[in-house]
Write a protein that binds this ligand. Sequence first.
Ligand code: UDP
Length: 372
Amino acid sequence: MKLLLIAGTRPNFIKLAPLYHRIKNEAPDIRPYICHTGQHFDFNMSDIFWQNLELPSPDFQLNIKGDGVVDTIGKTILGINEIIRKEAFNLVVVFGDVNATAAGAIVGSQSRIPVMHVEAGLRSFDRDMPEEINRVITDHISDYLMVSEPSGIKNLEHEGFPRNKVFMVGNIMIECLLRTRPHWESIPLKGDILSFYEKKPVVATFHRPENVDNPTTLHRMADILQSYSKTQPVVFPVHPRTKARLEQHGLFQRLVDDHNILITQPMSYFEFLRLVSNASLVITDSGGVQEETSFLRIPCVTFRKNTERPVTVELGTNKMMSIFEENYLEKIEEHIAGLRQSPRKDIPLWDDSVSRRILDTIRQAVILQPKT
Ligand code: UDP
């Protein structure tokens, strides 16, 4: 049986790795092929993850360089189509909510190859987010929907999906975190990163277009970082998109000149998890970071209007906040204090067996039957 696993970005690589390794170790009859679409391509956003996650060189490397979402999806569709025309696959597996996810699902579905979506059913209900559109498109043309949290089941039921297409398998990103724990807990940190790490810093990550592409929210984000740096060390691994916008608006140097803010390149997966695990607070607009902090029980504040991962708010450590929230410092302090007093609650199926449940589904599903 031949599977095509498609990934394009940093969080995709993290979600793909546990399934790839599970298949390699436990399913000799299945051959997983990896397609890297090239959306994230530089060393810090791509190669270092393949090293950390012990992934082999991709079987197919597309190097897509798109100009915006539609151009990227279009070019990725054409690239994946070429692969599928040359090789017969039994199943296409896509992950998360990026352009590679939607493109892979479209090509698989139009080529009548069954499609599996890992991390199905998440909804922010905000079509201003390109990721939300990718999620909706992908789910509605996928044959097997692998769900990570309870809201996913509810959303898919509400949208009328037949129950036999939907599988609650848990959160594969957490499996990756657990499987690599011995590595990231022991990764040596050096220089400034080590000295900031030892001081239990505030860790910040921002990259969503709604925050960084708008000059007003971008200025506000810089102000928030600097209001923290007055009293606490802040580590800010800067996403390439965010760096470009900060430079464009003359804010990058201002943050670099603040001695209590450590600006770094995007970190490796291992460095980042080690840093987050010792953070006093994480402020973010990332999807995956909301989940990792919930699992690690590190206080997290997500500066967005909504989250597609509500379980992190209900059971985890995550608090949603408008970037223009007044008195945010006090409100965040209250959140941290409240969390200290509340007992730990585990999120169902966020464990080290998510890829086993996905593999079971691959085996049980009628995926060997090509669609007619
Ligand atoms: N991450 C990382 N280095 C960093 C920042 C984030 O390894 O400097 C990891 C983080 O642990 C998480 C993933 O990248 O697993 C989240 O990716 P991102 O925030 O880019 O995407 P999103 O989850 O918002 O789609």
